[in-house]
Design a protein around this ligand. Structure first.
Ligand code: CA
Length: 243
């Protein structure tokens, strides 16, 4: 069955162009020109597999729409790509406040956009497919099939990207991961995401993991490392100096 993409864009020409290109790639599309309409259409079955969300809309802002999607039980895991015209908003959009999975900056090439959409859908699918059952690591429990994470048996809600980041860390425990490697393997696209974006997401992931946040160690000047054992004392501070 074709995957459904919800496109939220008030510029009709751009909307048609995106629709046309996604349909040509075999996706079903659903179009909204306002934030309220987007929230309504997101609830409709079949639920969209991904939301493409313009930030400047006539009623609600795209960031507000994203926040509300994240508050909905049914939709909080749907990947969101934010379309922004302003570079300075990017950290906010992908970071703590809004929780989008990715972003593109206007003007963007439709080809690049389609690649991003496919990359994200592949990652989400990959995460599901990896499902070798639950992984327990200290106080952390991860259920890949259901895309759920628990800290001391309390569910932690992660975005699709954060989930992917955590899964990547977990499968590579005890191994140093540079920001560049994480960018390539978690974001999976050669685009204008910077290593700072990695830092923003790791910071947010740690905050969400609470008492388990310390499992992700910073190796200053090198990157990150997920502990090999949950009970290991952190070596990060001791050997964290830039080599
Ligand atoms: Ca707009």
């Amino acid at each position: 069955m074709a995957q459904t993409i919800l496109i939220v864009e008030d510029e009709r020409d751009l909307l048609s162009t995106i629709e046309y290109n996604l349909q040509r790639e075999g996706f079903d599309t659903r179009a909204a020109t306002t934030g309220e309409m987007a929230l309504r259409l997101a609830e409709r079955d079949p639920r969209p597999e991904l939301v493409l969300l313009d930030i400047m809309l006539p009623d609600l802002s795209g960031t507000e729409v994203c926040r509300r999607l994240r508050q909905s039980d049914a939709l909080r895991r749907v990947p969101v790509i934010m379309v922004t015209a302003r570079g300075e908003e990017i950290d906010r959009v992908v970071g703590f406040e809004v929780g989008a999975d990715d972003y593109v900056v206007k003007p963007f090439s439709v080809r690049e956009l389609v690649l991003r959409v496919k990359a994200i859908l592949r990652r989400v699918k990959g995460g599901d497919g990896d499902g070798a059952g639950e992984t327990t690591f200290g106080k952390l429990r991860l259920d890949p099939a259901a895309h759920r994470v628990f800290v001391e048996d309390v569910e932690v809600v992660l975005t699709a990207l954060e989930f992917r980041l955590l899964s990547t860390f977990l499968t590579r425990r005890g191994r140093v991961q540079s920001r560049e490697v994480l960018l390539a393997d978690v974001w999976g696209i050669e685009a204008d995401v910077t290593t700072r974006t990695v830092d923003t997401h790791v910071k947010r992931l740690r905050e969400k993991l609470g008492v388990c946040g310390g499992y992700v160690e910073t190796l200053r000047g090198v990157g990150y490392r997920f502990r090999a054992n949950p009970d290991d004392a952190s070596q990060a501070d001791a050997d964290g100096d830039t080599p």
